[in-house]
Design a protein. Structure first.
Length: 117
């Protein structure tokens, strides 16, 4: 299965995939993304703000998400991020690819117990 052969970008890193998966539920600001990421991964992935904003910038450059600045109730501007149509298609393609890899791996391990590292 080809991975995004029509785009000029490398395959998604796990944290990039996770950001897109989080934004599939709707626009969210940076802190909300970090909180959701930590929750979904049981604390295993929780990037620092500077790292998250580099990831968001890269995904924006690839056209997978866009910033959506909004004013909050206290009239402060806050940057929200939302998935683009291309981002949704890439997310689905990446999820299918990862599911196939996981399925193949699990199929090979059905006859022996998994080791915990």
């Amino acid at each position: 299965m080809a991975r995004h052969s029509t785009t000029k970008r490398p395959p998604l890193k796990p944290v990039e995939f996770l950001v897109l998966a989080i934004l599939e539920n709707g626009p969210l600001h940076g802190y909300g993304i970090v909180q959701e990421m930590s929750s979904r991964t049981e604390g295993r992935i929780s990037p620092r703000p500077g790292d998250l904003y580099r990831i968001l910038y890269r995904l924006d450059q690839w056209g997978l998400l866009v910033p959506d600045d909004r004013e909050t109730a206290d009239e402060r501007r806050r940057s929200y991020y939302r998935l683009t149509d291309l981002g949704g298609r890439v997310l689905l393609s990446e999820a299918e690819f990862l599911a196939k890899m996981a399925e193949d791996t699990l199929a090979k391990r059905t006859d022996r117990p998994a080791e915990v590292v």
